[in-house]
Write a protein that binds this ligand. Structure first.
Ligand code: SF4
Length: 249
């Protein structure tokens, strides 16, 4: 018989719609069998103990990214985090930092999507539409491999110290997505498209502390993307200057 162990779940509760509400931890004592995830426990609390508990979830398979939260101080997906992974019987759950809380563990993702939209997160082509799909070599696919894995969970956004002080910073996820398309052999966006991130709220704002890399549950390295975009911006600048000098000669 599988033995269950008792855990205390402390969940930060708050309702932005309720003027009387102030952030407070609510405690729930739950028996958990080995292998149970934090998301499974949250579902149990909501279904059996407190139907007002608010959190997001969908796929339960670390694919949709909707159940990102802070679990015992670490940003992660509730669906892929097993309760027994912690060396403690107290699990503290908090909403993602750097976002306004709507209710409990649900945050307002609007700023995240605004930045994402800004970088035009899709293939841009000017060539005539081909009759067949555009094939990529293995090497071409490998260049974008890590960035394709991004599930837009916003863990990197929540972990970013720059966003904590500068909410208009483009953020690691949007930068990683732009690099994904810049490196894609099928994309034809002009070099000038990178200029959107060429300022103090773009790629130059990054402190290069690698917190986004530590937080990413899909092993994406947004800092690599930021460094890659910085290099591309500088290279484009030089090419433009040299091209201009040539024209003037
Ligand atoms: Fe989530 Fe990683 Fe994508 Fe950031 S880069 S949104 S942490 S999957």
């Amino acid at each position: 018989m599988i033995k269950a162990s008792a855990y205390t779940f402390k969940i930060l509760r708050y309702d932005a719609q309720d003027p009387e509400s102030t952030p407070r931890f609510a405690s729930y004592r739950i028996n958990v069998i080995p292998g149970l995830t934090v998301l499974a426990v949250l579902n149990r609390i909501r279904d059996e103990i407190d139907g007002t508990l608010a959190f997001r979830s969908s796929c339960r398979s670390a694919v949709c990214g909707s159940c990102a939260m802070v679990i015992n101080g670490k940003l992660d997906l509730a669906c892929r985090t097993q309760v027994s992974a912690f060396n403690t019987d107290t699990i503290i759950l908090e909403p993602l930092p750097n976002f306004e809380v709507i209710r409990d563990l649900v945050v307002d993702m609007t700023p995240f999507w605004r930045m994402y939209d800004k970088i035009q997160p899709y293939l841009i082509r000017h060539s005539p539409v081909p009759e067949k799909e555009i094939l990529q070599s293995e090497a071409e696919r490998l260049r974008i491999d890590q960035y394709v894995n991004c599930i837009l969970c916003a863990c990197c956004y929540g972990a970013c110290p720059v966003l904590a002080r500068e909410p208009d910073y483009i953020g690691p996820a949007a930068a990683a997505k732009l690099e994904r398309f810049v490196l894609d052999s099928r994309d034809e966006r002009p070099a000038g498209a990178l200029e959107i991130l060429n300022d103090e709220k773009g790629v130059w704002a990054c402190d290069t502390l690698f917190r986004c890399i530590d937080a990413c549950p899909k092993e994406v390295r947004p800092t690599d993307a930021i460094v890659g975009l910085r290099k591309a911006i500088v290279k484009n600048r030089f090419q433009k200057m040299l091209g201009k000098a040539k024209d003037e000669a």
